[in-house]
Each structure stands twice: as C-alpha cells, then as structure tokens.
Design a protein around this ligand. Structure first.
Ligand code: CA
Ligand code: CA
Ligand code: CA
Length: 231
C-alpha cells in the first residue's frame, strides 16, 4: 500500500538512533536483554511501582545536594561536579551528550525527573565493555536496585531483544497478563502512546523512563500544580 506515514503495523520499523547516546543506549539494552528478565508478567512490574516510586523520591536529596544554587535544575557544571563526587568517570563529551539527551524541555538544566532518567542511563551504561574506565557502581545501592528493576521491566517488554519496545510488544505483554480482556488492549495502546513521545512507533528506554516518572508522579513538581483529575 505504501502509506506515506508508515503506520502499517505489518512493516517492521527499524530504529534509527539519531545520536551517539541513543545508539549507545540501544546497544546497552540489547546486551542486557540477552541476559533475560526476571519479570514474569506485566503485573509483577506494576506491583513494584510503589517501591520504585519510594526509592526514586529518596534521591531528591541527592538532587538538591548537587543543585548548588538551588534554582531547581542541575546545569552542566553542577552535573560535572556531581559525577565527580559520585565517581562516575564520564568524559566531558559524554556528559554533554547525556545532558542533552535528558534535557527534554530544552531549558539547559536537569529537573528532578530528568536527573533520575539521566542517572538511570548512567546505570545502564556501566556494563558497557568499551567504557570500562567507568567505575562499576554509582554508589547508591538502593537506587541501583531500583534502576535494575526498571531495566529488567524494559527487558521484559522488549520481547525480540532489539533494544526498543514496539507497539506489538506492549500489547503482547499486557495481554499475557490479562488473558484477553478487551479493554486490556486499549489500555496497552494508551500506555504505549503515552510512552512514545516522538511518535515513531518505538519506545526507547529513555522514553520508558520518562513515562515512568510521570506514572508515579515524579514530574508533577514541574508545574507545581496539584494533580487535578482529567488528562
Ligand atoms: Ca542549579
Ligand atoms: Ca531540562
Ligand atoms: Ca523490541
């Protein structure tokens, strides 16, 4: 048919990483995916939400500590110091790339939710054999266990182990759990659309993390509004 927008479900999309950091993310995720996931179902992931939420919120104090001028965002200079203190050995360029990848609102600063995503990506990259100079831990056991859970959840969703979650994979994961209830498919699609920010039909680990911070309400500080009912 040759649909211009390429919305055909049958055509397998090929993920084209636009930046070095995205390519690195896909590679790291593929490597991790080859080790399999300890998650058994989508429900086991959801059951872990409260614990993950709690642990992520604890790193607010880390965030505040590194936001030296207390303006609510960590800028690149502050981030460099942060990495130094945490013994995360990234090059200037790597820090810059990571920073830009996570600065989704383009304000040249890491807000709390962006910072969490950034740290989680650092965690993911720590196994990279070509980045062995990176110290093996971030040095925060609780947080690392939480990050591992998030990685594990993503690996569970990524059935074909290509480093991304497609719409079909999302639907499959949710249907496995709810054994064919009609509404579950719709929920899966909705969840997927929430995650796929750039609308390219694929969810990267970064998108997954950002969606996650929204699901557990970590980005609500952004507009300082109480969660009102609605969208
Ligand atoms: Ca700051
Ligand atoms: Ca930002
Ligand atoms: Ca996949």
């Amino acid at each position: 048919m040759g649909g211009v927008l390429g919305t055909g479900e049958s055509s397998r999309r090929v993920w084209m990483p636009e930046t070095k950091i995205e390519a690195k993310m896909i590679e790291a995720m593929k490597r991790r995916a080859s080790q399999g996931s300890s998650m058994r179902s989508f429900n086991t992931i959801i059951l872990k939400f409260p614990k993950i939420d709690e642990n992520l919120r604890k790193c607010k104090s880390i965030f505040e500590q590194f936001d030296e001028d207390s303006n609510g965002v960590i800028d690149q200079e502050e981030l460099k110091k942060c990495f130094n203190n945490l013994d995360i050995a990234f090059t200037e360029e790597e820090i810059k790339d990571l920073f830009e990848a996570c600065d989704i609102n383009d304000d040249m600063g890491m807000k709390f939710n962006e910072f969490i995503v950034l740290l989680c990506l650092v965690y993911l990259f720590k196994d990279d054999p070509v980045a062995l100079q990176t110290k093996s831990r971030i040095g925060m056991p609780n947080l690392e266990a939480t990050f591992e859970t998030l990685v594990d959840a993503f690996v569970f969703l990524d059935k074909n182990k290509d480093g991304c979650v497609s719409k079909n994979e999302m639907v499959e994961a949710i249907n496995e759990t709810t054994s064919g209830e009609r509404s579950s498919g719709r929920i899966a699609m909705k969840r997927f659309e929430e995650m796929d920010w750039d609308n390219n039909g694929m969810v990267s680990f970064k998108e997954f993390l950002f969606a996650f911070t929204r699901w557990v309400g970590i980005d609500e500080v952004e507009d300082e509004e109480d969660n009102e009912e609605g969208k």
